[in-house]
Write a protein that binds this ligand. Structure first.
Ligand code: UDP
Ligand code: MG
Length: 314
């Protein structure tokens, strides 16, 4: 018999349509694992309600009343997926193993068995990696692939096709508590903690019910957040552009002087406005980019809470 305490952390935002099925599958899996002695009887699923406006919280309360396998955490408003997962990770402070998984059953809960197995083999971080994206739309597949490539060009270490389905051990979580930033991008931050990683593969399914809580705007902002929180390469790029334009302008000045001295120059319209547009454009772009980082610093220095808990069912 094992006395390892496993906590499965599930962020839920307006998930009343999937909660009954999800809790049935997760509950069955947990009971089986406890029954087989793979994990201890104190193991549980922690459902984090991220400020849902539907019946998500009342369903979580009912689940908790029925079975000690389910615990609940209600955030005071919608803080976003990453913050909801973080809240769960912080609250599950009695767990030896922490696994985060989405509520919509896109990630196969059975991969949890392999994850726990890897943990027992001595791995501290186990990434759930989807080996098949056929259930995603063509658009989502292409943008996701482009995004991973762009991330690696930007110098952000991330596991290809891994989202937020992962196991971390108690010691990884304890180390991760010192990552106090407000701008969260968990899948890029966890690899920074170190320790021995492993991956398990699963097939990603269609969302069981309800609709995606990430629209294109949220996806783009999440992607940009990942890059700007973990990489300063865009700023190096700005410096490089500035240097390039500077060299170019010196050459142009020399050319203009030589032309002025040696030939008769006709003042041209194009040669006046093109550099203005060009330089103006580059300058605005660069100021904007620097502004993005300043905005991040602004958010970070305020040290606002990353989540606020309204109620807690344990
Ligand atoms: N989620 C959340 N807060 C949000 C948005 C999403 O807690 O503001 C949860 C959601 O309930 C789900 C997970 O995060 O469990 C992933 O969301 P979703 O499935 O909508 O994203 P997708 O799989 O479409 O990228
Ligand atoms: Mg989903």
């Amino acid at each position: 018999m094992s006395d390892l305490c496993l906590a499965i952390i599930i962020p839920c935002y307006n998930e009343e349509a999937v909660l009954p099925e999800m809790s049935k599958r997760i509950g069955a899996l947990l009971s089986r694992m406890i029954g087989q002695g793979l994990v201890g009887s104190r193991s549980y699923a922690l459902l984090v309600d991220d400020g849902s406006r539907d019946n998500t919280w009342s369903q979580i309360e009912a689940l908790h009343t029925e079975s000690p396998l389910f615990r609940g955490l209600k955030l005071s408003r919608n803080f976003g997926h990453q913050n909801a997962v973080l809240a769960g990770l912080h609250y599950a402070d009695d767990a030896d193993i922490l696994i985060s998984i989405d509520a919509d059953l896109q990630d196969d809960p059975n991969a949890i068995l392999q994850m726990v197995d890897k943990f027992k083999q001595g791995y501290d971080v186990v990434y759930g990696v989807r080996d098949d994206r056929s259930s995603d739309t063509w658009f989502k597949r292409r943008t996701a692939l482009g995004f991973y490539r762009f991330l690696s060009i930007m110098g952000v270490e991330s596991v290809y096709n891994h989202a937020d389905y992962r196991l971390i051990s108690r010691r990884v979580m304890d180390a991760f508590k010192d990552f106090t930033e407000t701008n969260l991008y968990l899948r890029g931050m966890i690899p920074m903690v170190g320790f021995k990683p492993a991956s398990v593969y699963y097939k990603r399914e269609e969302r069981y019910a309800g609709s995606s809580k990430y629209n294109v705007r949220k996806m783009l902002s999440f992607a940009w957040n990942g890059i700007s929180s973990l990489s300063i390469r865009p700023l190096h790029f700005v410096t490089f552009c500035g240097f390039f334009v500077f060299i170019l302008s010196i050459l142009l000045t020399i050319y203009a002087l030589v032309a002025y001295i040696c030939f008769q120059t006709t003042p041209g319209w194009a040669s006046t406005v093109i550099p203005i547009y060009f330089l103006g454009g580059i300058q605005l772009l660069c100021i904007g980019l620097i502004g993005e980082y300043v905005a991040k610093i602004y958010k970070e220095v305020k040290r606002r809470p990353r989540f606020i808990v309204e109620s807690d069912l344990r």
